[in-house]
Design a protein around this ligand. Structure first.
Ligand code: ATP
Ligand code: MG
Length: 558
């Protein structure tokens, strides 16, 4: 674990907290929270927020709450709650106490809405949505007061009670804060704080048919939980004056301060739950945990580790300026973490190689290191038999210049085993190469072979004794660095049709039979792979997590 603890990471949030601690601003306490809305699975952007919120609490002996901001029952579900809990735990974080829900505070929020009415600071408005938009004005024009704005306190109390009792249909009435329709900040133009929604709620069932707006719920929930540092993304900066207005006008137990940081954007992918949900709903991917998805569960299935994701979040830092992070940084983080993974040989796209001078039925076991740089991991055993398989791309009918693999007349070493020379090439009627007939040289066995030294070393497996498997290789999900840039077109038009390439006839060395789901390996010369949960007794499935070297730099330039 020690390598996971990045030393001396700092950022402007940490600096604020340190100053507050020095000055005793919150009585020396640090309380943060991660407040997802359960309307989808978490993505890599959320990981940044999770690492920041939980990380801040950890670093300064504080606590971090996990609170579901569940004010939109129609879009939310228990499935999403479960997935989010699983992801936060998997990333390695613990929240303080029980899981919290904004819906735990619906009674309190309702009471505070009544409080605002009694202070003549909220009114029931019966403009419809379109009228409300018209009255709201725009960035250059002030809004107009709603004709319902001057209702008496008594009338408002009665109408709000009728809203609560289900006497209004959705859209017929809303409770609005009475602030300032001419405010330059549009969020202060009498925002809606309660609306009618005849919806079943995953936590509160059918108790409510009115629900607080996100803006009315969010700051007060922070206040109830006595959050000291309410950390959110920059798009909420303009909402801060509204949150402050609520907190100033309500008898809340604490006044949280909000600090905003820049969202994480990654190129060649998207970080928006709504858009990711669209990919799932349209079956553009196999699910939220499709290994091509930038979701936490997708990354997990792809073979990313919690440590790699946390290190990535440290690497990118926390600032107030929006920018896009290169996918190669995320890949660098996982490559670094997987360097210590055990090695194995897997032939992904096989072609037969027959040892002409080897007995049928004979089997010889070779010892190869589990990790070339870590002897303590010991050795693994791989069987050599007459019928072998090698990678199709390790053979060329006409060897290019400096070719270090097989070609007619060429010799290579089979990693950890003998050297072989290609003597004959068998093709089918279509002219495709189907088999390489090679002789092996018994004198080349072992670590220190004779002078006979072919330039190349290739990986291989026994065709007689290896495990059939499917290997899935992934490429970027989108063909454009920013698939959302073209506002005229849907981001789905830029999906990469070759983002998944499946190799159904792959074979992996026999020792892999007991590899656990989710465990990671380096397939020699190929990249890092992990065991997919689709694996069965009959057929293992591997996902390529990442190639051995960075291929993005090349792609972005080319
Ligand atoms: P999305 O647009 O993907 O639905 P969201 O902001 O609506 O994101 P929430 O569930 O409300 O999703 O997010 C929970 C927390 O995660 C919020 O504090 C939000 O600011 C933060 N967050 C969401 N997306 C990112 C991102 N790309 N980078 C950093 N933090 C993010
Ligand atoms: Mg949100």
């Amino acid at each position: 674990m020690s390598s996971n603890e990045a030393p001396q990471v700092t950022n402007f949030i940490y600096q604020i907290v340190e100053k507050d601690l020095e000055q005793g601003t919150h009585g020396g306490k640090v309380v943060t929270r991660f407040p997802p809305e359960p309307n989808g699975f978490l993505h890599i952007g959320h990981a940044k927020s999770i690492c920041l919120n939980f990380g801040t609490a950890q670093k300064y002996n504080g606590v971090c709450n996990l609170r579901f901001d569940d004010t939109n029952p129609e879009k939310e579900s228990q499935e999403y709650i479960d997935a989010i809990v699983r992801d936060v735990e998997w990333l390695g974080f613990n929240w303080a106490g029980d899981i919290r829900y904004t819906s735990d505070y619906f009674d309190q929020l309702h009471a505070w809405a009544v409080h605002l009415i009694k202070q003549d600071k909220a009114f029931v408005c019966q403009l419809n949505a379109e009228q409300m938009r018209e009255y709201r004005g725009n960035l250059t024009e002030p809004g107009k007061n709603s004709p319902y704005r001057d209702r008496s306190v008594e009338e408002n109390l009665e109408l709000f009670e009728q809203m609560r009792a289900g006497e209004f249909a959705e859209g017929e009435a809303a409770l609005r804060a009475k602030i300032d329709m001419a405010a330059p900040n549009m969020n202060l133009r009498d925002p809606v704080i309660y609306r009618v929604r005849k919806a079943h709620h995953h936590q509160t069932g059918d108790k409510w048919c009115i629900y607080p707006s996100y803006d009315f719920a969010h700051g007060q929930s922070d206040a109830i939980e006595e959050i000291t540092h309410s950390i959110c993304t920059l798009e909420f900066e303009d909402h801060r004056p509204l949150y402050d207005w609520f907190v100033d006008n309500l008898p809340v137990p604490a006044k949280p301060r909000q600090y905003e940081f820049a969202r994480l954007n990654l190129n060649y992918t998207i970080t928006s739950k709504r858009k990711l949900k669209q990919l799932v709903d349209e079956q553009q991917v196999t699910g939220w945990d499709d290994p091509r998805m930038p979701t936490i569960s997708g990354l997990r299935r792809r073979g990313y580790t919690p440590a790699a994701i946390r290190n990535f979040c440290d690497m990118i830092g926390v600032t107030r300026s929006n920018s896009t992070v290169d996918m190669s940084m995320l890949e660098a983080a996982i490559r670094e973490d997987l360097e210590s993974a055990p090695r194995a040989m897997c032939v992904i796209d096989p072609i037969k190689l027959t040892l002409t001078n080897y007995e049928e039925g004979q089997e010889e076991w070779f010892e190869v290191p589990v990790h070339p740089k870590d002897e303590t991991l010991g050795h693994r055993l791989v069987p050599l038999t007459k019928n072998l398989l090698i990678e199709r791309e390790d053979f060329a009918m006409e060897a290019p210049k400096k070719w270090k693999r097989l070609a007619p007349g060429f010799a290579v070493r089979l990693r950890g085993s003998y050297c072989v020379t290609c003597e004959d090439v068998i093709t089918n009627e279509a002219g495709e190469v189907v088999e390489l007939r090679c002789s092996y040289d018994p004198a080349t066995k072992g670590e220190n072979p004779t002078d006979y030294k072919p330039k190349g070393v290739i990986h291989w497996v026994s065709a007689d004794n290896s495990i059939p498997c499917e290997v899935r290789q992934y490429d970027r999900l989108f063909t454009e660095a920013n698939p959302e840039a073209d506002k005229e077109r849907s981001f789905t038009e830029f999906l990469n049709p070759e983002s998944l390439q499946s190799f159904p006839n792959a074979r992996v060395e026999v020792g892999m039979a007991n590899a656990a789901i989710e465990s990671s390996y380096q397939f020699e010369r190929q990249g890092y792979f992990c065991v997919d949960p689709d694996s069965t007794e009959e057929r293992m499935v591997f996902n390529r997590t990442v190639s051995l070297r960075d291929s993005w730099a090349k792609q972005s330039k080319g």
